[in-house]
Design a protein around this ligand. Structure first.
Ligand SMILES: [Zn+2]
Length: 243
């Protein structure tokens, strides 16, 4: 299996220091990133910035929808979700629709019909609504447990941060690259999820830089391919066009 991967960065809504650091680093090293934007929170500065970036370097970023407000509605300490068991289907639909409307108005054709559920939480009703509202790509932490999925699935199996006894730990670059190297030929596509807000300290900045440099080197030496969701959509359109 060819070595293909994508990087998704979540919780994008404003041009704060952490976001700018992450964005500039990825852009300067030529790393394509799928940015999951929170529609109910995003501000005008971010919208203008991402639109300009897409115009200048469309090959380096995708803009996708990350829920509505990123609210946690779970009352169970072990789980978090914006979309899930305690949300009526009507409320789920309203949130998904108003998010999609804002994303379309803000980003126009730059918006990719892909949905990332906050906290990777969802239920069957979420999936039904997303399908009915025209989303083509679904990206959580793992594949859906359905024999025939209605979506192109882009799960991000590897996370740059993890929780240990309630504490967030930022991994070293080698702890992210290790599992990637081990799994990349076994999966059709590997995904890494990052949260720019995690990269606050100088040490974590270095690890992020090391990670980006490492996958760039693997791209050159081992033929790894870094993809965006839009690359997958245009490949599918190309196939349909030829048949
Ligand atoms: Zn999130």
């Amino acid at each position: 299996m060819g070595a293909r991967l994508f990087i998704r960065n979540d919780d994008v809504w404003t041009l704060d220091r952490e976001f700018c650091f992450f964005f500039d680093l990825a852009r300067d090293l030529g790393i394509p990133v799928v940015y999951a934007v929170i529609p109910g929170k995003m501000d005008q500065g971010l919208v203008r910035f991402l639109c300009r970036a897409r115009e200048k370097t469309p090959q380096l970023l995708d803009i996708v929808q990350h829920g509505w407000m990123h609210t946690n509605y779970s009352v169970d300490a072990g789980t978090k979700y914006e979309f899930g068991a305690l949300r009526a289907v009507k409320s789920q639909r309203e949130d998904i629709k108003q998010g999609q409307k804002k994303m379309r108005l803000a980003f126009g054709d730059h918006f990719i019909p892909a949905f990332v559920p906050p906290y990777h939480g969802y239920d069957q009703r979420t999936l039904r609504v997303l399908h009915e509202e025209g989303f083509q790509i679904f990206s959580a932490g793992d594949y859906l447990r359905e024999i025939k999925s209605r979506f192109i699935e882009m799960p991000a199996q590897i996370s740059f941060s993890r929780y240990e006894q309630g504490q967030k730990i930022i991994r070293n670059a080698s702890d992210v690259v290790g599992p990637l190297v081990r799994g990349i030929h076994r999966r059709p596509l590997s995904g890494v999820v990052t949260h720019h807000a995690d990269f606050v300290t100088n040490a974590s900045h270095k690890e992020l830089m090391r990670f980006f440099q490492c996958i760039s080197a693997l791209e050159v030496k081992e033929g790894w391919r870094m993809l965006l969701f839009s690359d997958i959509l245009s490949t599918l359109k190309g196939f349909k066009g030829r048949s």
